[in-house]
Design a protein around this ligand. Structure first.
Ligand SMILES: Nc1ncnc2c1ncn2[C@@H]1O[C@H](COP(=O)(O)OP(=O)(O)OP(=O)(O)O)[C@@H](O)[C@H]1O
Ligand SMILES: Cc1ncsc1CCO
Length: 261
């Protein structure tokens, strides 16, 4: 499948993405999925999360604001997703900086996520490398996290995506850099978290996880560039970005620089 074909397929099939995500970004994530053409749904309740993961097209597990109940729901959703062969995405928000989620992420990362998506500090911490993240923000360069991403990919058979000034997509065999300017996405909350949900939708709509992840990052970055050109500051950027997720022509992915390392 070509990169534009992944986005066309997403719009055509409108995959249902079950998001177990943080309270800060839930609304923005749902709106980003809707704008892109996917269907979002959230529940954090054990007893609902397992059955729902079986019917969803993809599941997002984002560790931004965990609670005891949400972690139990995540356990249930991951087990059910794996039974149903539903792809699930792990976003290890602030792993390395905070202890409870770090231990939890180190356990669930071995439960076959299709994609692990985080910033450089999170990916380094998850792989057991020394990292210097502060709260939810990265303090490490993407290049420093590629070796960690490769280790995670080899250990767990996952694709690993590392966001930053350019995004890296890593598997056991390949590393690709996606060059777009998404700087405005760092001035609103949830820029990375909604990207994880969008990548989950692209994985559901595509044929292989690596291509879908590259397509998601390239399209998302291209939409951010379009939105930045039309906005005055973070508030109007957020609104323009939702518009851009809906209106950017997938053929524009041909103009994104994608570098094979
Ligand atoms: N310095 C930067 N310059 C340009 N684009 C960036 C930069 N840092 C991040 N981005 C873009 O912002 C988006 C979100 O990535 P980021 O690394 O901020 O995620 P994150 O730290 O997981 O975010 P959050 O936890 O706030 O949701 C990606 O599309 C990425 O390409
Ligand atoms: C600000 C914040 N705190 C926990 S999760 C989150 C959203 C961005 O990661």
């Amino acid at each position: 499948m070509t990169l534009p074909a992944v986005i066309h397929s997403l719009r055509h099939t409108s995959p249902l993405v079950f998001c177990l995500t943080n309270t800060v970004v839930a609304n923005f994530t749902a709106n980003a999925l809707l704008a892109a053409g996917a269907a979002p749904a959230m529940t954090n309740l054990p007893g609902e999360a397992g059955p729902f993961a079986k019917t969803a097209c993809a599941v997002l597990v984002n560790l931004g604001t965990p609670s005891t109940e949400q972690l139990a729901a995540m356990d249930e959703a991951i087990e059910a997703a794996n039974q149903a062969n539903t792809p699930w995405v792990l976003d290890p928000v602030a792993v390395g900086a905070l202890p409870v989620r770090t231990r939890y992420a180190q356990r669930i990362v071995s439960l076959r996520p299709a994609l692990i998506r985080g910033n450089a500090s999170e990916i380094m911490a998850l792989a057991g490398h020394r990292s210097t993240g502060r709260g939810v923000d990265s303090a490490d360069p993407v290049a420093a996290a590629i070796a960690a991403g490769r280790e995670l990919a080899e250990r767990h058979g996952a694709v690993v995506a590392i966001s930053g000034p350019a995004d890296a997509v890593v598997s056991a065999q390949r590393t690709v850099m996606v060059h777009t300017d998404g700087i405005e996405l760092t001035r609103v909350t949830g820029g990375g978290c909604a990207l994880g949900a969008f990548a989950a939708a692209a994985i559901a709509a595509g044929q292989d996880v690596f291509t879908s992840t590259v397509a998601a990052h390239a399209y998302y970055g291209r939409a951010a560039e379009r939105a930045a050109a039309l906005s005055l500051g973070p508030g109007s950027f957020a609104a323009q970005f939702l518009d851009a997720l809906a209106l950017t022509d997938p053929q524009e992915l041909g103009a994104v620089r994608i570098e094979e390392l």
